[in-house]
Design a protein around this ligand. Structure first.
Ligand code: KG4
Ligand code: ZN
Length: 355
């Protein structure tokens, strides 16, 4: 059973061939980081244009690396949302054309479900349920209770910035480049987190929601007040202790914010596993801290590998496989939905007209 996965929700054009939902035969990711770097964030119009030029070659290359022809594909899985409308449209239109031309089923996948399924592809042991699943990326910071493998109940989400967005904005202000997460992650390891004390946000209503805009503003204020300055042209960030210290203190606070919520929810709901996915799940300090939490709670913490943590199409194909088994097929009238909300009560699989 071969599924071709296609992902184009933000700034990565990706295609993958996955066998039986688990065996990755190819997973090609064309990054647009270079294009968006001068702007310190994703420029939607540039992203969709780049997807347009990349989608054909990326799909061809995924088929070639898997050693198969398009005829061998049993179904096409594609990200329906959430994401940038222009970006989503490119992948979705391409997937629909393949489904139509080859007369194979079309599977619409929620990007967040894709991130979660990434952890399931690689896990050698079956993941116990109920499980808590944290999706932490540039666009989302959401906590789901999974009573079983394909059920999602949203129990917490960010009320403002996503964790990865805070990383990217802080890095932009320091002149470090885009995406900021991997750069700050590296610098944080060289710094002293006790050099600044930032507060972990909490809500008085006891909710499991997150907030990162207060932290982001506190870090930006620390930069403004000095003596921390933006990098100068050609300056190496690792030689600047002040930037490394700031990165370490910022990162410590982000990780603590995520950890505190997850720990409380894990105890309250007596879960049997913690799954962490999305781009920020590539963060080293986060992986260590969640590993320690899991050991304390005597349950496993499951992370996708680094390649499967950030946006990729293998995770979309894997999520599509579960839908294929449940016979949840979409028709060719499928449209992108920038506001898909996985696990929210009352959230229907709405499909808006954009064209
Ligand atoms: O999941 P992803 O590839 O795209 C979205 O769906 O948003 O996540 C990208 C985000 C970016 O904000 C990036 O800065 C962040 O993940 N990121 C990291 C690390 N690697 C990527 N954040 C912290 N530490 C990292 N090592
Ligand atoms: Zn993502």
């Amino acid at each position: 059973m071969l599924i071709l996965g296609i992902e184009s929700s933000c700034d990565e054009t990706s295609a993958a061939v996955v066998e039986d939902g688990r065996r990755i035969l190819s997973n090609v990711v064309a990054s647009q980081d270079e294009i968006h770097r001068p702007y310190g964030g994703v420029v939607p119009e540039l992203a969709s244009r780049q997807h347009l030029t990349q989608i054909g070659p990326v799909v061809d290359s995924a088929l070639a690396r898997a050693g198969i022809e398009l005829d061998a594909i049993d179904a096409v899985a594609v990200t329906q949302g959430p994401g940038l409308i222009g970006s989503l449209l490119v992948g979705l239109s391409f997937a629909k054309s393949i489904a139509f031309a080859r007369d194979v089923p079309l599977l619409a996948v929620d990007h967040l479900e894709g991130h979660i399924r990434a952890a399931y592809i690689e896990s050698s042991e079956p993941i116990g349920h109920p499980a808590l699943s944290l999706v932490v990326s540039g666009g989302h910071t959401s906590l789901f209770l999974m009573k079983e493998a394909s059920s999602y109940e949203l129990i917490g989400k960010t009320r403002d910035d996503a964790a990865g967005e805070a990383y990217d904005k802080v890095a932009k202000r320091l002149g470090l480049g885009y995406p900021g997460g991997p750069i700050l992650d590296r610098l944080a390891a060289l710094g002293d987190a006790s050099a600044h004390s930032f507060t972990v946000s909490k809500f008085s209503d006891g909710s499991e929601d997150f907030s990162f805009s207060g932290l982001k503003s506190a870090v930006l204020r620390a930069i403004q007040k000095g003596p921390i300055e933006r990098l100068r042209e050609g300056e190496a960030p690792d030689e600047r202790g002040d930037i490394c210290d700031l990165a370490a203190a910022f990162q410590r606070t982000v990780v603590r914010t995520l950890l505190m919520r997850v720990e409380r929810a894990a105890k309250r709901l007596r879960v049997r596993a913690i799954v962490v996915s999305g781009g920020v799940a590539a963060n080293r300090e986060l992986r260590v801290s969640f590993g320690e939490l899991a050991r304390r709670l005597e349950i496993p913490a499951i992370f996708p590998s680094l390649e499967l943590s950030t946006d990729n199409a293998a995770m979309i194909a894997a999520a599509g496989y579960a839908k294929y088994q449940r016979k949840e097929f979409s028709d060719l009238g499928l449209e992108p939905d920038v506001e898909l909300r996985l696990g929210e009560a009352g959230a229907l699989r709405r499909s808006r007209r954009y064209l």
